[in-house]
Design a binder for this molecule. Sequence first.
Ligand code: GMT
Length: 380
Amino acid sequence: MKIGIVCYPTFGGSGVLATELGMALADKGHDVHFITYQQPVRLANSFRPNIFFHEVSVPVYPLFDFPPYESALVSTMVSVVNNYDLDVLHVHYAIPHASSAYFAQQILKDAGKNIPYITTLHGTDITLVGRDKTYAPIVTFSLNQSTAITAVSHNLKQETLSNFNIQKEIDVIYNFVDVQRFQRKEKEHFKRMIAPNGERIITHVSNFRKVKRVDDVVKIFEKIRKEVPSKLIMIGDGPERTEAEELVKQFCNLQTDVRFLGKQEQVEEIFSISDLFLLPSAYESFGLAALEAMACGIPVISSNAGGLPEINQQGVTGYLSEVGDVADMAKNSISILKDDAVLARFKEAAYKQAHSFTIDKVVPEYEALYIRVVDEFKNK
Ligand code: GMT
């Protein structure tokens, strides 16, 4: 099949998942065309002859205080569908990709080409940004016009149905992890650099936005460290990073034990030396970073928000606490970290759970959906 994937190319979860999906589909023989404003980060160093990247460039003009990205995206979608005779468009993150797909579909229809589009909802496109009344009408319309809608968890499906007037079925297709890439590798030298005295290593990965509650990560770590010698690695960047760094500074002596590494591509190398993953978010539709950590055998301490209970199993792969309950998250972390046997049990369970979300289990669900929508559309 010839599939067009529209996504954000950045480190955000929706772009990561869309890129991983494109690579997995290409490995299964499909032609995959990424349409976005820059090469997706996860696509770097992974050449495949059947993956194509089409850059959306937005012309600047003195009149434009806000250059119209959406118009440039629509036109690029139209030309890629025409030039490569695509079978289906799959857009990730509703805003503005779903309405752009609808617009492209209408332009193509006018020229005699019918193409279905699938919208995959990822999280804040529904729970935060999409609900804003400046966007809600266009999100509702473009979802209802989608040939199919998918959500990455049951929780996100429910959030969508509760907050928007959706007249269509929403299929839940869980996120997945590439277990060939995300597996524990021998990195002893690296571990000794971070934790020279055998301290436990705790990791957090996010885009440091408010919803991630990165200050809670620091507060949890401060409590853990009083009981269990440990180090904290913070991966990613975003608006809340400076505040988190300031908080680390405020806590006496914490700076020597916390490293802010910024955006990193080879996260699996850091996961290979980690003992615990912290994700205290106010909301996560799914928590892809936690799943990738689990695939490397790392237990997860998370909030119980959104879709997190659908991947993190209470008392088995980690623990879930109420949002903001730093004391409970610290207590649970300590209970896992202070005992080698308990830690080993949680690591094993996390690894096992992640293996129920692998490429070979999830990607066929997308392929079946593509076949279904293309068939449905032919008969329209
Ligand atoms: O909001 C983000 O952190 C980024 C966002 C995105 O769409 O780029 O991530 C969302 O999608 C990921 C992939 O499906 C999910 O794993 C994240 O849980 C979700 N984030 C939120 O719901 C806050």
